[in-house]
Design a protein around this ligand. Structure first.
Ligand code: SF4
Length: 278
């Protein structure tokens, strides 16, 4: 099922005069709030501060991203995080890079060789504890950063030589370990329409998930959640839909928390499976 056309056929705006990516957001927004009488609740998303235009980079600049701020920002309350400024480094500051091997690297200043790894790890642990209270629906990282990059960050060998794009920024790595099921993306990857659509889909579903969790769900609530998302998950993976159905069938025999945890993991895995097109 094409959810974009489903939105249009239900009376939504055509894509013609919308900014790129706005159609998908409007569709998911409608799905989320059409059944509610309450005013719009924005999605809560973590984000690298510099993408919002905050001047926190090592050179005192920013990396303002107009789509994130002006388009997705209409639907999001951002929780900005700059791990380098947050852990006590100055603005401006000396540039950093990852140094070591692909499996074991440190966060080191480029010219003076000061190791900030432990400082960053301490900050990460404190910030993750704080963010657990926020019920984030997702996070957008700044690409290539030795602190915030989500993948393919350069790692320089200790004794010189060419860098390999094998690292993950120290903060991004700790965050993703702490929140393995949270949708995460980098600003650069969100320029790809398919990746952007998938991210939008997942963050709106995460919002619905938090809504359900906050209502202290009973077995019937999970059944309802499963029913509402039947066609969505089938569009990605009929196999996941079948497995989720079997899991939902156990909801009265097992502790609900256990079933919910397994359900979210399997559901999210299904959403990351490429859609089937007929
Ligand atoms: S990439 Fe991360 S650490 Fe660097 S300025 Fe942006 S938010 Fe701060």
């Amino acid at each position: 099922m094409n959810w974009g056309s489903a939105f249009n056929s239900q009376g939504g705006k055509s894509a013609g005069n919308l900014k790129p990516g706005l159609t998908g957001i409007k569709h998911h927004y409608t799905m989320l709030y059409a059944r509610k009488e309450t005013a719009m609740e924005k999605l809560k998303l973590g984000i690298s501060s510099c993408l919002l235009g905050h001047k926190v980079r090592y050179d005192g600049g920013h990396k303002y991203d107009s789509w994130l701020v002006e388009t997705l920002g209409q639907y999001a309350d951002y929780v900005p995080v700059c791990p380098e400024a947050g852990c006590g480094m100055s603005i401006p500051r000396e540039a950093l890079r990852l140094v070591g091997t692909k499996d074991d690297y440190r966060l080191i200043t480029v010219k003076t060789g000061i190791d900030y790894t432990d400082q960053m790890l301490n900050y990460s642990a404190e910030t993750i504890a704080r963010l657990r209270q926020e019920q984030l629906c997702g996070y957008v990282f700044k690409s290539k950063s030795p602190s915030s990059g989500m993948e393919r960050v350069k790692v320089y060998p200790l004794h010189g030589g060419a860098a390999g794009k094998t690292g993950v920024g120290i903060w991004a790595r700790e965050f993703m370990r702490a929140f393995p099921l949270l949708p995460v993306e980098e600003e650069g990857r969100l320029h790809d329409p398919a990746l952007r659509e998938n991210f939008i889909e997942r963050i709106f579903i995460m919002q619905r998930w938090w809504d359900m969790i906050n209502s202290k769900p009973k077995a019937g609530d999970l059944v309802k959640f499963h029913t509402i998302h039947k066609y969505l998950i089938m569009a990605h993976s009929p196999q996941h839909y079948r497995e989720l159905g079997k899991l939902v069938a156990t909801v009265k025999q097992l502790p609900i928390k256990e079933v919910l945890d397994c359900y979210l993991e399997l559901f999210d895995d299904g959403l990351q499976t490429q859609r089937h097109t007929q």
